[in-house]
Design a protein around this ligand. Sequence first.
Ligand code: IPE
Ligand code: IPE
Ligand code: MG
Length: 271
Amino acid sequence: MNTEDRTSQQQSPEDKEKQDFLRNRGVIPLHIAVIMDGNGRWAKSRGSVRIAGHKAGVDSVKDITEAAAQVGVRHLTLYAFSTENWGRPKGEVSALMKLLVQSLRSETRKLHENDIKLTSIGEIDRLPPTCRRELEEAIELTTDNKRMELCLALSYSGRWDISQAVSRISQKVKDGILCPEEINGDIIADHLSTADMPDPDLIIRTSGELRLSNFLLWQSAYSELYVTNTYWPDFRRDELYEAIESYQNRERRFGKVPSHFELEESSVAMR
Ligand code: IPE
Ligand code: IPE
Ligand code: MG
């Protein structure tokens, strides 16, 4: 069975068609990172408690992970819990941790069957021991999988990431392994928790907030941003496809001039 067949059993022909359409119309982002926001407001809008929103959000995680792998995304990073989220009421934090354990227990086998490699970024040491154990076991089990990397940002913040990189680089300078003059963007990137991943091509934020909330601060330098008002528990694969389509319509210039200008300029210079 090839990798594409593994999840297509449950896939509708219309969905398969949409994915083929996207692959034919342009480049599929190599790395998509998602700020999964709006669980609390989703629950409130239904007269429910915040945790009901977090629970509903798990179904979106499953759908988006599956669809991303099927359409050909190679890295999917999900912002699941930020450093600042530790400051939420104790009951909410422990409910979120419990949900993480339950989801890892119920979903790891499927991830593995679908050839998805699970990784994580963030201060994993701060997670409760059961969480950490489940996470480490799932990471270990799926370590050789190749189809897509699913990276969970847990107890993560961009400032934490940059700080730990600076600290490790400083130690190398102190130990004489590195000269201060050698420190550049590549060295810093190599010491971030995302060293083994490409920078995100596309960052999606649900629930309409126009901010990064301390997510991948260094890595997002040239990411394309896509914000939708949809709350995370309502965000499903069709909106992921819309985000990818929007990405395909963008022109990424990385501070340079568009390629057709370059051609025009060189023909003017030759005259
Ligand atoms: C995102 O939803 C989940 C986490 C941050 C853990 P929120 O819990 O932030 O939901 P809102 O933004 O309050 O609606
Ligand atoms: C960002 O959402 C963190 C996660 C999605 C895990 P928040 O809800 O914590 O961010 P703010 O408070 O709206 O900036
Ligand atoms: Mg929020």
